[in-house]
Design a protein around this ligand. Structure first.
Ligand code: MCA
Ligand code: AMP
Length: 510
């Protein structure tokens, strides 16, 4: 029987010469393909030695490092389920994810062991390891005693490979369950669609706890046997210094905005580049054109979700297999990817004509199986004929290009991170002296959009906006904390008593 484990496909794409460099880090370390193979085998053997039940979740909240990437690959290799967690999450957020996912293993940063282990043991997790970004921690100390030979676990395409938590409009996060088949089918198709070539080098600058950095970028490079230039964090000057050695770059729009602010960004710096890819948030048309002017390259914008990996993309090049698909058009997210069926529907379930705006729905081998232990929520998000309702609002034009014009979900996308107002309002409303609050997204030159909170105080109570924001920083991941806060007498409401967020957005335009 064919092994449909995603790792088996990635491993099969390693170059024949395993001593070639696979990853070069920004602190001068080099990892060969053999290092990747051996270290993932050792970590996989460590997981196997713990005799975890099938389908066990391995929850990981650690700083970006090559070893953290290896842990992801080792989890696939051993056939368990990877659950990456944003390093910005605070204890209440971690408590929810661990309580909900009930991981058998938790791996955290050494400095967080005290509080994370307390949460994990309380939730019934048996094993808590640490992993630092400087090759320290109990995970590596234990793995080093394990064999470097490991046979990749047999998995079918439908078996679960990862759970990604995405916040919800109700404020409760949902774990999107992605299978080996969801991710492998998408990666194989993108390798072809984006024209990955021998000799390509990926500049990897994104965090590795979301779809963009962990799946799209990493799978793309590994499936092509491509070297990665591995940056622990995004620093525009460092990117420019290394750009001449790279051919592929992937980033959220904020990264492009910050690179454009560097005088050193020019055609010379981008001379060896083949492809710049943007996604996770809308790319402003000004950024799209300015990038062409400065570098001579046209950014390829694509669209995806945690629940679906990649859905649509602008074309890489004219390809006779895909009629009309030659030009990358700014302001659009391109065409449904091969295998993805996309339609636009009205609220009453009618499929709309070309050019009409409605809810984007999708179907395909990349679309997830459902939300972890939330069958009702899963059912709500799919139509009776099996399309997933993305919550994005858009249209398809005469040439087949998809544009996203808004969202039916109340969501702010800030620097590529999703922030759900309902979650933030829920936390603000628990603060002493607060009656209620509303959080809205307003435009921001750097992050694209940022959150802004409007708060109503209890009669006789004086609330200081700065104190509210300070308090929120201890309760929420930093990127979720609104950038501005106002204490006001009342919120604008419609006849039904619902807060009019569009009025607030207009009122607080920067
Ligand atoms: C940091 N801060 C933010 C954000 N990032 N606030 C709002 N939105 C953000 N994205 C906070 C910091 O904690 C800090 O707060 C203050 O803002 C200034 O931070 P700064 O130093 O400028 O931030 P940074 O560390 O340079 O990070 C900015 C960043 C980062 C590099 C743009 O946010 C980032 O890596 N974004 C990429 C996210 C990503 O990979 N998304 C893909 C999701 P304070 O001053 O209080 O300390 S996958 C996805 O969406 C789908 C599936 C898809 O299609 O790809
Ligand atoms: P996530 O929950 O992190 O998976 O975020 C997925 C959401 O990001 C999508 O539903 C879209 O709203 C948004 N998104 C991703 N790519 C793009 C893009 N190129 N343009 C506009 N929005 C995007």
């Amino acid at each position: 029987m064919k092994n449909e484990n995603l790792f088996a496909a990635l491993r099969a794409a390693f170059p024949a010469d395993l001593d070639r460099i696979a990853i070069e880090t920004d602190n001068g370390l080099y990892y060969s393909w053999r290092d990747l193979d051996r270290a993932t085998a050792m970590m996989a053997n460590l997981l196997v030695s713990m005799q975890l039940p099938a389908g066990s979740r391995i929850a990981v909240q650690v700083e970006k490092s090559v070893e953290a990437l290896m842990l992801y690959l080792a989890t696939l290799r051993a056939g368990y389920v990877f659950l990456p967690l944003n390093t910005a999450y605070q204890s209440a957020e971690i408590e929810y994810f661990i309580g909900n996912a009930e991981p058998a293993v938790v791996v955290c940063a050494p400095k967080n062991f005290g509080w994370v282990s307390k949460i994990a043991f309380k939730a019934g997790t048996q094993h808590v390891f640490t992993l630092g970004d400087d090759r320290t921690g109990s995970l590596l100390e234990r793995a080093v005693h394990c064999s470097d030979q490991h046979t990749v676990a047999q998995r079918s395409a439908d078996d679960l490979a990862a759970i990604l938590y995405t916040s919800g409009t109700t404020g409760r996060s949902k774990g999107a369950m992605l299978s080996h088949g969801n991710m492998l089918s998408n990666a194989v198709m993108l390798k072809d669609y984006w024209g990955w070539k021998p000799g390509d080098v990926l500049m990897h600058v994104l965090p590795i706890f979301h779809v963009h950095g962990l799946f799209v970028a990493v799978h793309g490079a590994l499936l092509n046997g491509s070297r990665m230039i591995w940056m622990a964090r995004f620093d525009p000057k460092q990117v420019l210094a290394k750009l001449p050695e790279a051919t592929v770059f992937m980033g959220v729009p904020t990264l492009y905005v910050r690179l454009l602010a560097e005088p050193g960004l020019n055609r010379e710096a981008a001379r060896n580049m083949r492809l710049f890819i943007a996604g996770s948030a809308p790319l402003l048309i000004e950024t799209f054109f300015e990038w062409i002017d400065r570098t001579g390259h046209t950014i390829l914008e694509r669209y995806g979700m945690s629940e679906t990996v990649m859905l649509t993309s602008n074309p890489y090049a004219a390809d006779p297999r895909y009629a009309n698909q030659s030009e990358r058009r700014g302001g659009t997210v391109g065409f449904p990817l091969p295998g993805v069926s996309l339609r636009v529907q009205s609220d009453d379930g009618q499929t709309l004509a070309v050019g009409d705006v409605g809810g984007i729905q999708v179907k395909g081998p990349n679309v997830f199986g459902g939300y972890w232990q939330m069958p009702e929520k899963t059912k709500e998000e799919f139509t009776t004929d099996g399309y997933f309702k993305t919550g994005d609002v858009g249209r398809v034009d005469h040439d087949g290009y998809v544009s996203i014009v808004g969202r039916s979900k109340d969501l702010i996308i800030s620097g590529g991170y999703n922030v759900y107002p309902a979650e933030i309002e829920g936390v603000i409303n628990t603060l002493p002296g607060v009656v209620e609050s509303a959080v809205v997204g307003v435009p921001d030159a750097d992050f694209g959009e940022v959150g802004l909170a409007v708060v109503i105080a209890k009669p006789g109570v004086t609330l200081e906006p700065a104190n509210i924001l300070q308090k929120l920083k201890t309760m929420l991941a930093n990127f979720k904390v609104p950038k501005r806060c106002y204490v006001v007498a009342e919120l604008p409401r419609n006849a039904m008593g619902k807060v009019q967020k569009n009025v607030l957005r207009a009122q607080y335009q920067p």
